[in-house]
Design a protein around this ligand. Structure first.
Ligand code: ZN
Ligand code: FE
Length: 236
């Protein structure tokens, strides 16, 4: 089993989430997408954790800027898509679409969702029923197309939709309220109203909106609701 600690980075600016994850059985730990060093070190010290790995979803600076300093401090190894080996700073270990990566006794499946960037991956832990979606899936929206096409984003979203409804997702940014109003105008529903209400309450308490189950997200996120490329293109 994994223990997951969201760490808000670049607060109020880009509102990134890094995640400290710990395999409970072996106490092996990793940082997902270290955006900013200070809050991550603070959390590691608070919990007396020395992360063994850094797991990156993609190469963007707001997800990899902490790689160098954390590697210096903890001698951790940087893991990312082999296709991004020249773009992810301090790259050590390559993973591939369809393959898995072991964090102690916890196993992650790697899912290529190239669209936001080429080589963007999801870190999916099927036994724990959690997936880290980086800048591909956010609450009620998706990441912009920096290096990919609408077709590629459609394909990526179908891969996410194929995951079980009881999987909970952890996004790379706190962007829930960015598209919430538009999402409600597009497809008002009781479920979405409840989603937004819960989100606002969580944010008011200083808590991340994540995690939300993919089942709920599939019903409420307009980008996941798009049934075909044309419907998705109207949103992008
Ligand atoms: Zn990005
Ligand atoms: Fe980002």
């Amino acid at each position: 089993m994994l223990k997951i600690y969201p760490i808000l980075c670049r607060a109020g600016v880009m509102d990134n989430y890094a995640y400290l994850i710990i395999d409970q059985e072996t106490q092996t730990s990793a940082i997902i997408d270290p955006s900013e060093v200070k809050p991550i070190i603070q959390k590691c010290e608070e919990l007396q954790i020395k992360p063994k790995y850094i797991l990156n979803t993609h190469h963007h600076f707001d997800h990899t800027d902490g790689n160098f300093a954390l590697k210096q401090k903890y001698q951790c190894q940087v893991v990312g898509n082999i296709k991004d080996s020249s773009r992810i700073p301090e790259f050590d270990i390559g993973v591939e679409d369809g393959k898995s990566f072991s964090l102690g006794a916890s196993k992650a499946e790697i899912i290529d969702v190239s669209a936001h960037t080429q080589g963007h991956i999801l870190w999916y832990f099927p036994e724990d029923k959690v997936v880290f979606t980086g800048d591909t899936l956010f609450n009620l929206c998706v990441g912009g197309l920096f290096e990919g096409t609408a077709e590629e984003m459609f394909t990526a979203l179908q891969k996410i939709k194929a995951l079980p409804d009881d999987v909970e997702f952890y996004p790379g940014h706190e962007y829930t309220m960015h598209f919430a109003k538009e999402a409600f105008v597009l497809a008002p529903s009781v479920e979405l109203a409840e989603y937004i209400d819960r989100a606002q309450k969580r944010l008011n308490q200083g808590l991340p909106v994540a995690p939300v189950s993919l089942g709920v997200e599939k019903k409420c996120n307009p980008y996941l609701r798009a049934n075909n490329l044309t419907e998705l293109q109207q949103l992008l």
